[in-house]
Design a protein around this ligand. Structure first.
Ligand code: FAD
Length: 391
């Protein structure tokens, strides 16, 4: 059992307080994602937007009970984002700042690139995006077609291609675009891109879940990129290609998994608060849901500890992501079942949670893809319990 120490308990308390401020806006943002702009001054958005910035660039970390938090460890993130997803996943994903993008920049960026990126985020509310998926290529990202090609004089490069389902693409001011720089596993690259660069376009894609995140389709028609904005140029080819990607995704994965736990918990607590007297069987079913949530939460925390211990090992995080995606889907549907026919009409928040839960499946790789990673981990003997706990 992984219990939270005093430090992490303080962090969870702060995150819960901020998350509770999002909840009253959940349905409004679901109806109109633009409403996020009207609530951007809530600490849940504005303050969170300045976290996940490495200590060397962040003079203003979160301080709770005398403890400083930068949200740079996977364990801190899972504690914090479980609460955020409990408050409202759509709004949480709509926060300005460095969520996914910051991990990529921190992993692949040079000191100057990191300073530029994190400095901008601290300077003013800045939305960022992380563009990997393409219209024809999602799970097998290595098959992507977007190209990053250098100019003849070598001073700049150009991006050509298209990306899809990119969170915050329409409202972002900058982000990271992943692209092919050549053939093979070393021919993968990423660049920091400003969205006002000529040739960059972004339009919203209509979605049924996490609508606050406003997924978008990005067009890249000869977008010019200065050489110093190409991430990982200072790294060896082996470190900037697939290795850099895998590390980025391993670090991200527990944070996505915890979102499934947060959504499931929101549905569970909704039933507890809004369902009147229950039969013994119903109480037993609800208690069982509570125990399932706790079990997956424990797995997610173990996965975060494992990734913090060794960011190149994301197998346990894949197992956690599989369990959390399933948990979110099952619990939100079971929660609707407690209210009988008409539940989706009578309980719009619960109905929304059931839609949002589906997003957990897709973010950072579907369950089938995570299962392939779990299988690879089993073959490599990575599921020894001692290792999993990061010892
Ligand atoms: C809420 C949300 C936010 C997102 N945010 C971003 C973002 O910010 N940036 C970004 O780049 N992308 C983002 N995505 C896109 C997401 O990463 C992709 O949807 C995901 O990687 C799956 O790709 P796909 O949709 O093309 O599905 P596909 O890859 O076409 O998969 C379709 C189905 O086939 C299965 N499948 C595919 N390959 C295999 C295989 N080898 N073996 C077994 N089964 C397989 C999958 O499991 C899935 O069930 C987001 C998606 C959602 C829903």
């Amino acid at each position: 059992m992984i219990e939270l120490d005093r430090r992490l308990t303080l962090l969870r308390g702060q995150a819960h307080e901020w998350a509770a401020q999002m909840r009253p806006h959940a349905l409004e943002v679901d109806r109109d994602p633009e409403a996020v702009i009207r609530i951007v001054d809530l600490p849940a958005l504005s303050r969170v937007g300045t976290l996940q910035i490495p200590p060397e660039f962040n003079p203003d970390p979160l301080v709770v009970g005398g403890e400083k938090f930068y949200l740079m460890s996977a364990l801190e993130r899972v504690v914090f984002f479980e609460e955020g997803a409990w408050g409202d996943l759509g709004i949480m994903l709509a926060a300005p700042g460095a969520p996914m993008t910051g991990i990529a920049v921190d992993t692949l960026g040079s000191p100057r690139q990191r300073e530029l990126f994190f400095g901008r985020i601290l300077e003013r509310p800045t939305w960022t995006f992380f563009a990997l998926t393409e219209p024809e290529v999602g799970s097998d990202a290595a098959r992507m077609r977007t190209r990053l090609e250098g100019s003849a004089d070598g001073a700049t490069a150009r991006l050509n291609g298209a990306k899809r389902y990119v969170g915050n693409a329409v409202r972002a001011q900058m982000g990271v675009v992943f692209a092919r720089t050549g053939p093979g596993m070393f021919g993968l690259g990423a660049a920091l891109v400003e969205t006002d660069t000529p040739g960059f376009t972004a339009v919203a894609v209509d979605t049924i879940g996490v609508r606050g995140a406003q997924l978008g389709a990005i067009g890249l028609a000869g977008v010019e990129v200065d050489r110093d904005r190409i991430l990982g140029s200072h790294l060896s080819p082996t470190r900037r290609g697939m290795w850099g990607w895998l590390k980025t995704f391993n670090l991200l994965r527990p944070a996505v998994a915890t979102m499934g736990v947060g959504v499931a918990r929101a549905a569970f607590e909704y039933v507890r608060e809004h369902r009147g007297a229950m039969s013994a069987d119903e109480r037993w079913r609800l208690d069982r849901i509570g125990r399932r949530i706790e079990a997956v939460r424990q797995l997610v925390r173990a996965a975060a500890i494992a990734v913090d211990h060794d960011p190149s090992d994301g197998h346990l995080a894949s197992a956690a992501k599989v369990s959390a995606a399933r948990l979110a889907e099952q619990v939100t549907l079971e929660a609707l079942g407690f209210f009988g026919p008409g539940a989706r009409l009578d309980h719009p928040l619960l109905e929304k949670l059931a839609r949002d839960a589906r997003a957990v499946e897709y973010m950072e790789g579907t369950r089938n893809i995570q299962r392939l990673s779990v299988f690879a981990g089993v073959v490599k003997g990575r599921f020894d319990p001692g290792r999993s706990a990061g010892r």
